[in-house]
Design a protein around this ligand. Sequence first.
Ligand SMILES: NC(=O)c1ccc[n+]([C@@H]2O[C@H](COP(=O)([O-])OP(=O)(O)OC[C@H]3O[C@@H](n4cnc5c(N)ncnc54)[C@H](O)[C@@H]3O)[C@@H](O)[C@H]2O)c1
Ligand SMILES: [Zn+2]
Length: 369
Amino acid sequence: MSDITNLEVALGSRSYHVLVGEGLLAQAGDQVRRVAPAERVTLISNDTVFELYGDAVVQALKAAGYSVDVVRVGDGERHKSLSAATNIYEKLTSFGAQRWDPVVVLGGGVIGDLGGFVAGTYMRGVPLIHVPTTLLAQVDSSIGGKTAVNLPAGKNLVGMFYQPRLVLSDIAVLASLPAKYALGGLSEVLKYGFLEGKDLLAFVEGNLADVIALRSSEMRQVVAWCCKTKARVVSEDERDEGRRAILNFGHTVGHALETLQGYGTYEHGEAVSIGMAAAAVIGLKAGLTDETTARKVVGLLSRAGLPVRLPSVPAEVIAGSILLDKKARDRQMRFVLLRKIGEPVVTSVPEDVVVGSLGQANHLIDRML
Ligand SMILES: NC(=O)c1ccc[n+]([C@@H]2O[C@H](COP(=O)([O-])OP(=O)(O)OC[C@H]3O[C@@H](n4cnc5c(N)ncnc54)[C@H](O)[C@@H]3O)[C@@H](O)[C@H]2O)c1
Ligand SMILES: [Zn+2]
């Protein structure tokens, strides 16, 4: 198979490869066998994704000599729960799944987080293979080992770091992705562009229409690029205790907006887009981000069709929500700001600067467009 990019997430004995290319579903059996030889495998997916791609993966696994059991979960964030996990554990025991039998997780970030959590906890951990099918899952959630389920009290409150043995990102599956999820993923792609520097950003900018349309040849390069960036950051800081925080660019305000508006009002990527524009303004006001950089961030997000203006929520309310979030320390809020494109810094910003910047943000953003 041509044009497959093979990247390594270097984590010592927990290192693994991320393959990015077209047609990888058909290779799933042989690829899984390389990292987890066994008699049987469990495929975990949701109803939507299984209808589209389940057969292809099951056939590929069978062709490589596995017997395959399938667990299908309902579609949606509400299934990222302990009760869904319990249902899967019960299925695994009924299949007689052993601790060396791999679990292949086929789907977006929801099924990836849930399936990863189950694989990390069932029998204290079984081999996990991610086959991410959304743009967000391909560039973000499938790499780095964060797994979780939600509690009624909040998102991702129960989980663990559990690295997969392999990630298979088949670009061809993006063709069926609904537009709003494509756009949400694009926001994370642009985030990598702002963090990583001019090359990725210039490529996305130069091919914006094709990237927005998720055209395969462009996406293969873009996804590989993003995966490389995430792999590098994760290798430097597996457990998110330092450098990995830069991946939260746009997420401080983004999470606050998601919380304030109720989950589901904004797609995560849309909230992050507004958050990146807000971070550009805060950086500008804090004297850390120059005007050209701020303009670049706001302009590119907007041209990509992503929202950049804050909703009509008072700046103090957004700031209050950030302070309640875990990133706040002593009324100082932790932000990822850009010194320049490709030069992120993690820094504390005083509450009054944040409130002042958010209050003026839409006015400043309008002027940049
Ligand atoms: N573990 C991490 O590091 C990490 C990072 C970011 C986000 N997340 C988590 O990821 C989740 C969001 O993931 P998501 O945006 O992928 O959402 P998702 O998994 O809900 O997928 C979005 C929708 O697209 C459908 N779908 C998936 N692939 C498709 C395809 N190829 N064609 C057609 N439809 C398809 C899904 O069934 C779903 O309806 C959140 O729970 C978030 O907390 C985790
Ligand atoms: Zn995100």
